[in-house]
Design a protein around this ligand. Structure first.
Ligand code: ATP
Ligand code: MG
Ligand code: MG
Length: 548
């Protein structure tokens, strides 16, 4: 059997556990509650939780909530729901905001060690003094304030004595460092804003770099895994931990997930929601976990996708069709096969005199147990797909045409005898005769036909609205295009078919059910459904366009 090779983070973890560097592996997933989680987050979730499932130890869920302006409890709740739905359980539910007192005392400690100072020059002046990657920066005139003065002003900042922007606290590191982030980075700013958890207790908030590593350290995180944009932050991450003499968490970086025809920043997804360009965070076209769930993706298919893309050290772009391949593979094994006619036209069987009869259909020939069977009512008036009939058949046309024969799935062979057109020349009815001896499973007719089409009995059918989806963007790389990414939205990403007919068994569909509409793709019920009006989403087409 083929053994899967370790990814580079698993190698690091195995070494650290084997060498005895750590006894227990501790990882964390640290979302900022400023939006819904997306498929990129799923990659980080599978990685962090997957490591502790494999090597023992545990994973914390830590909300990185140090920016009061963008964060909301709604997002906290949705993020928790999505992680659980993906199949993972965290050990501790934690909030960076729970560490505000501790982070404040860390800042005081740095001031006391002469390693932080209060600055009061403007943002423009800070930028001007910062230098460039090739030229050293210059010291702020306030860089050498006394420890006492720094402590005094910092205390007043905390007490609310100053307006936003009047002062900032900076780490005192090296204005000539080749790493721009080490040139006295800002670690606290004044922000008179209400926080979703701490309310108005604080009017100074720590910057990301001052909160993240220290939060890792407070939680004894052994391997703090983040995306490649943070490579240059690692030096600062280590500097704070060293100077504060706290638990030495270590940061490791992997390549974020980039997907074709997809934007993935929460900030951009929020724009789509706020500007009503999609119906919400869980619009089935969104790359959010909640959108994918509503679209019909299963947790298993998303975990499988994350497994297949692997963990790399270099940026790459993954084909959206790989994600579709993963859900198709899963649903092929689990989805019940049913019949639905999306663009209906009437087929009348002129010699069928029985009225109606019940046929039996196997639910899933791919399932180990066949998935059971169900009753499918048949009658002399059926709905079939408009495009299964051609008045003037093309070459190699094996479906219906004047004089041609096809098999009706689970039922009989029929022969097209005639058709009716309206005043505009559109075909409105197809008239057939059926071959009584050709019943599926018991065919003694000796007739071989090449085409099989699906149908539903008109008097038994339920009506449904069907929503078909396509790529949300016309560009493969909407983030990289000229101008606004929203200029590349696909105007045809949603197609609504208001009057489809489905077999009556689907009246019992629930939100968990997964169905293959024969020849049409995989579908699931949408939450917009009511008792009177069923709505189905197409999760994915049947055709596999992904090249392995
Ligand atoms: P966004 O811009 O979408 O908000 P973010 O990195 O700011 O992304 P966070 O909430 O801070 O969002 O992310 C939580 C965790 O998820 C981080 O550890 C981050 O590295 C990881 N993550 C975010 N986006 C991706 C992605 N596209 N691929 C892999 N991991 C990601
Ligand atoms: Mg972030
Ligand atoms: Mg972000």
């Amino acid at each position: 059997s083929e053994e899967k090779s370790l990814n580079f983070i698993e190698e690091i973890v195995e070494n650290d556990l084997n060498s005895g560097k750590y006894e227990t592996l501790v990882t964390r997933f640290p979302p900022e509650p400023n939006g819904y989680l997306h498929i990129g987050h799923a990659k980080a979730i599978c990685l962090n939780f997957g490591l502790t499932q494999k090597y023992g130890g545990y994973t914390n869920l830590r909300f990185d909530d140090t920016n009061p302006v963008t964060e909301k409890t709604e997002y906290v709740n949705s993020q928790q729901e999505d992680i659980k739905w993906l199949g993972f359980n965290w050990k501790n539910e934690l909030y960076a905001s729970d560490y505000f007192d501790e982070l404040y005392s860390f800042a005081v400690k740095l001031i006391e060690k002469g390693l932080a100072y209060v600055d009061e020059i403007s943002a423009d002046e800070i930028a001007a003094l910062k230098g460039t990657p090739t030229e050293p920066g210059q010291d702020s005139p306030y860089r050498n304030r006394s420890v006492e003065e720094n402590l005094d002003i910092f205390t007043k900042m905390k007490n609310g004595d100053f307006p936003d922007g009047a002062y900032i606290l900076r780490a005192k590191i090296d204005m000539a460092s080749p790493n721009m982030l080490m040139r006295d980075p800002i670690i606290y700013r004044i922000k008179h804003a209400e926080h979703h958890r701490t309310g108005n207790k604080w009017c100074i908030y720590p910057m990301y770099d001052f909160a993240h590593g220290q939060s890792d350290s407070i939680e004894n995180i052994t391997h703090s895994i983040c995306t490649l944009e943070y490579v240059s932050h690692r030096e600062l991450y280590d500097w704070f931990i060293e100077k504060l003499e706290i638990f030495p968490s270590k940061q490791y970086e992997f390549a974020r997930l980039n997907l074709t025809s997809t934007v993935m920043s929460k900030r951009k997804l929020l724009q789509l929601v706020n500007e009503n360009l999609v119906s919400g965070w869980d619009d089935p076209r969104m790359p959010t976990i909640s959108g994918l769930r509503r679209r019909g993706f299963t947790p298993k298919s998303i975990r499988e996708f994350c497994e297949r893309i692997g963990i790399a050290k270099r940026e790459n772009l993954i084909e959206l069709s790989l994600l579709e391949f993963c859900i198709r593979e899963d649903l092929n094994k689990t989805a019940s096969r049913v019949m639905a006619v999306l663009d209906p036209i009437k087929l009348i069987i002129t010699n069928y005199e029985k009225g109606t009869e019940d046929l039996i259909g196997e639910n899933n020939p791919e399932a180990e147990d066949g998935g059971g069977t169900r009753v499918i009512p048949f009658s002399n008036e059926l709905w079939i797909e408009r495009d299964d009939f051609m008045e003037v058949p093309a070459k190699k046309w094996f479906r219906l045409a004047p004089g041609a024969m096809v098999r009706l799935k689970f039922a009989y062979i029929v022969k097209c005898e005639d058709f009716v057109k309206d005043e505009n020349g559109n075909v409105t009815e197809i008239h057939c005769t059926y071959i009584p001896e050709s019943k599926s499973g018991n065919d003694t007719s000796g007739i071989n036909v090449k085409g099989t089409i699906h149908w539903v009995s008109a008097q038994h059918a339920k009506t449904a609205e069907i929503r078909l989806y396509d790529r949300l963007f016309t560009s493969e790389t909407p983030d990289a295009e000229e101008g606004d990414f929203k200029d590349y939205l696909n105007p045809e990403s949603l197609k609504v078919l208001p009057n489809a007919y489905i077999e009556p068994a689907l009246a019992d569909a629930d939100l968990e059910g997964r169905y293959q509409f024969i020849r049409k793709g995989y579908f699931c019920l949408d939450k917009d459904s009511t008792a009177d009006k069923l709505v189905f989403n197409r999760t994915v087409t049947l055709k596999d366009t992904f090249k392995k």
